[in-house]
Design a protein around this ligand. Structure first.
Ligand code: GLU
Length: 304
């Protein structure tokens, strides 16, 4: 049996002392103030054991990690009809790139780039009675934690600098792929990105994707086919234009966010989350990527 605690400590210790050339995201001003030295890892096995190290219990803004949860909710609500409005191909482009959207007539490349997540937000707005409240409750249900909240300051800070997202939403609207008002869809999108969670809560929330659609309390939220598809989208599209590199180095489906979080999983085995706010040039956590590479190398646990 692997000594997971010792492995996490070894990884944490070795990376804490390496030079961190990453930069904390500053285009959302509320994120710019977070210390570059934060670094936590939490591992949860499918059998229920938990191991953690460093700042794993400190909450941070999950940002784009929320796109997997909104995709899951939209899949649950409308099933494969979703695929008429968003594709499932990797984009090979940064998360906020717009050129492909124009070339491809307003159909976003995948649900994990911003334009795709904005379409998903639109689907949720059309299908939920109280969208922000209902979505937050879904995240709380998956996580089994009523304390999870939006961070209004972060949502507002993103709204005032969200020119790219306004451009994407307006382009989608022009192509007829946004049914609600731009302002309403983006209000939902900025809120979903502002959700605050720690590494432990992320491993709880993503348990459903490692466990064939059943959450920690064994409630079936998604079909195993939906989970297969969501994991495939995470593997091919979860890391902006570094998805190939993440599959190559780490070999797990996962998702990163500009708040410095990464969550990844091995179906039927574990979920793991890292948080280290400084990002590499592609927008993924500099230390988190390396920590996960070391983890799958040391444990030999990956999907390949
Ligand atoms: N809220 C961020 C944005 O739309 C999400 C970016 C991310 O985490 O990739 O710019």
């Amino acid at each position: 049996m692997l000594n997971y605690q010792a492995i996490l400590e070894e990884i944490h210790e070795s990376l804490k002392n390496t030079e961190n050339t990453g930069e904390v995201a500053s285009y959302i001003s509320e994120l710019a103030n977070i210390s570059k030295d934060k670094f936590g890892i939490h591992l949860q096995l499918i059998t229920g054991e938990n191991y953690f190290v460093g700042d794993a219990a400190e909450k941070f803004s999950i940002q784009s990690i929320s796109k997997v949860l909104s995709l899951a909710k939209a899949f649950q609500l409308v099933g494969n009809d979703l695929l008429e409005r968003v594709d499932v191909e990797p984009s090979g482009n940064p998360f906020n790139h717009l050129s492909l959207l124009e070339l491809e007539n307003g159909i976003p490349r995948n649900p994990l780039i911003n334009s795709g997540a904005i379409v998903i937000a639109d689907v949720l707005l059309s299908n939920l009675k109280n969208p922000k409240e209902d979505f937050l409750n879904f995240v709380r249900e998956l996580t089994h934690d009523e304390s999870i909240q939006y961070n209004e300051k972060i949502a507002e800070s993103e709204r005032v600098t969200g020119f790219n997202n306004y451009a994407a939403a307006n382009l989608l609207k022009a192509y007829g792929n946004l049914h609600n008002k731009v302002e309403d869809v983006l209000d939902f999108y900025f809120h979903q990105c502002s959700i605050m969670m720690d590494c432990k809560q992320l491993t709880n929330a993503f348990f459903v994707f490692a466990n064939k659609g059943k959450c920690l309390k064994n409630i079936q939220h998604l079909t195993s086919s939906q989970v297969k598809r969501i994991n495939a989208i995470m593997l091919t599209c979860g890391f902006y234009d570094e998805a190939g590199e993440f599959a190559f180095e780490v070999g797990l489906p996962g998702k990163s966010g500009v708040g410095g979080g990464i969550v990844a999983l091995l179906p039927h085995y574990f979920t793991i989350a890292t948080w280290a706010p400084a990002l590499n040039k592609k927008g993924n956590s500099f230390l988190g990527m390396q920590a996960l590479e070391q983890f799958t190398t040391k444990t030999r646990l990956s999907i390949f």
